[in-house]
Design a protein around this ligand. Structure first.
Ligand code: NAP
Length: 509
């Protein structure tokens, strides 16, 4: 279809951008997007990364104990499976190495610009292209943009009085300072989310004393982790072994995440998980009072659970104290709780997580679409939504890997490959029809949004007890923008959606 140009007399889609596709973010989303674009014949891309290395979360998060908590057999690209993982759940440094391996093997590094922070993205209605503004004052133009910035990237310090007055060392888990030696120090850690669960048992043996400030206990399940010795790694090279292991791993992940969360009312999995969590707690923690404090009072799945065989056990140590009295303020020498006690410490670790649905994080740069519409404002007015988590009406040629209602909770690598199947279909159709503008229709988006809302009655998130979970899954409207689908369904729909759900327009089409 050719768009009439009456209302846009300056329409000049022939204007050539710097690149056909700009990918924003050099984590696994960006790397996967780059490789899969290349495989589909879209080799004119630029990957833009703020940091000085690839790997995203695994580049920035280097705290002691950092490791994946989805089995490595699933936490990797389907087309680049490794036989050499050292453990069932690979440590962070191995994932960082895997990211480096992928960019080198698939020639992504050459097409990456490091140290470049995108601060704005503006759609040019006349030329059907995006202009990206960068923090150094430069601009990059691209016909299409793939947002691959993830969500859990901007560390969120707690809003506690006096936090900036602390005279000792303060560090956020996502910006660990390896020059700080914790040996023999009095350390406090604020937060008991997935990062704290890994940090606490890793540093507890070294520090003089560790005070853990817990606001909401986390569900902690046993981790089916083990070292994979050389014979096991060699066995992985036997034809079919990687595929079989991956299938078993994918099944496990599917049962424990997407099925348990989205079909909570239909399957008995959550009850089993909670019984397992309670048994793990009983076996791990000796002191009944401490155990009670560590017991979650909300349903498993309301917020992200953790997997560890050493977190709960750390509270048996004499040098680890679990503090559940609320924090009142921070002084230059320690943390004061509302009972008036000051807990003196040398180092303060903020395991307080990341910005999620806050302004300026979805994404972390301004996005101005057709007719000057601002994405953040559009979402504020219409609630978070995106067609299959990929595209938003009014924002042509802009695709996201992790848009609202895109991620179903299985391995992040499934998400990347699924969303890229969707995006590549759009780009291929645009190329086939000579279109310079690809835009999801408002009708298709509304239909998808309604279908997601219609499925929430089965989801765990809407259990009454979730209101006490303090879960970052919920946005300001009380929505949980996860994709309420099985992984098979996400794969099926991303490769089969009706292309008429998009408008393909441009001079030559
Ligand atoms: P998080 O899950 O958001 O946990 C933040 C913790 O800080 C919570 O316990 C929170 O308490 C507490 N907190 C925040 N502000 C506070 C305040 N003012 N006073 C007291 N406590 C406060 O953050 P995270 O542990 O960094 O994990 C974030 C996400 O990153 C995870 O959910 C996961 O998706 C990912 N991650 C993955 C892995 C992995 O794969 N292995 C590892 C680490 C992180 P409330 O619960 O009461 O809010």
């Amino acid at each position: 279809m050719t768009r009439t140009t009456d209302s846009q007399p300056d329409h000049q889609p022939d204007h050539q951008p710097d690149h056909e596709v700009a990918i924003i973010g050099g984590g696994f989303s960006g790397i996967g997007a780059a490789i899969l674009l290349d495989k589909a014949g879209f080799d004119d891309y630029l990957m833009i990364e703020e940091g000085d290395g690839v790997g995203g979360a695994w580049h920035w998060n280097t705290y002691p104990g950092v490791a994946v908590d989805i089995p490595s057999f699933s936490y990797q690209f389907s087309f680049e499976q490794q036989a050499g993982w050292s453990r069932v759940y690979a440590p962070g440094r191995e994932l960082k190495r895997y990211a480096e391996h992928c960019v080198d093997k698939y020639d992504v590094r050459r097409r990456t610009r490091f140290g470049t922070r995108v601060v704005s993205a503006d759609f040019d209605d006349a030329a059907d292209l995006w202009t990206l503004g960068t923090a150094d004052g430069g601009t990059i133009t691209a016909r299409h943009v793939i947002g691959a910035t993830g969500v859990l990237t901007q560390p969120k310090p707690p809003e506690i009085d006096g936090i900036y007055d602390f005279a000792g060392t303060v560090m956020h888990t996502a910006r660990w300072d390896h020059d700080v030696d914790l040996t023999g120090k009095r350390v406090a850690i604020i937060g008991t989310g997935a990062s704290a669960v890994q940090v606490i048992p890793s540093i507890a043996p070294d520090v003089a004393h560790l005070t853990v400030f817990q606001r909401t206990p986390i569900w902690c399940l046993p981790k089916l982790d083990t070292r994979l010795p050389l014979p096991a790694r060699l066995a992985m090279r036997v034809p079919g072994a990687k595929a079989a292991t991956r299938l078993a791993s994918q099944t496990f992940v599917e049962l424990t995440f997407p099925l348990a969360a989205h079909f909570h009312n239909l399957l008995p999995v959550a009850g089993v998980g909670e019984r397992l969590g309670h048994a793990h707690l009983r076996a791990a923690v000796k002191d009944p009072e401490v155990r009670e404090k560590l017991t979650p009072k909300y349903a498993l799945g309301c917020k992200r659970p953790s997997f560890s065989n050493s977190y709960l056990q750390a509270f048996n140590r004499t040098n680890v104290h679990l503090e559940t009295t609320s924090i009142e303020r921070i002084t230059p020498t320690g943390v004061v709780t509302t009972d008036g006690i000051e807990h003196e410490v040398d180092v303060l670790v903020l395991a307080t997580g990341f910005k999620v649905f806050e302004k300026g994080n979805m994404p972390a740069f301004s996005v101005t679409g057709a007719g000057g519409t601002d994405l953040e404002s559009w979402w504020e007015e219409n609630r978070f939504q995106a067609y299959q988590g990929v595209s938003v009406p009014g924002f042509p040629n802009f695709f996201a890997i992790l848009g609202p209602y895109g991620y179903n909770g299985s391995s992040y690598f499934n998400l990347i490959e699924t969303q890229m199947a969707h995006i590549v279909r759009c780009l291929r159709q645009a190329r086939r029809t000579g279109s310079t503008r690809v835009e999801v229709t408002a009708e298709a988006n509304a239909r998808y949004f309604e279908s997601m809302l219609g499925r929430r009655k089965h989801q765990v998130f809407f259990q009454p007890s979730c209101s006490t979970a303090n879960s970052y899954y919920f946005d300001a409207n009380g929505d949980v923008p996860f994709r309420a689908s099985t992984t098979l369904e996400t794969m099926w729909t991303s490769s089969r959606f009706d292309l008429d759900d998009y408008r393909f327009e441009g001079a030559a089409s």
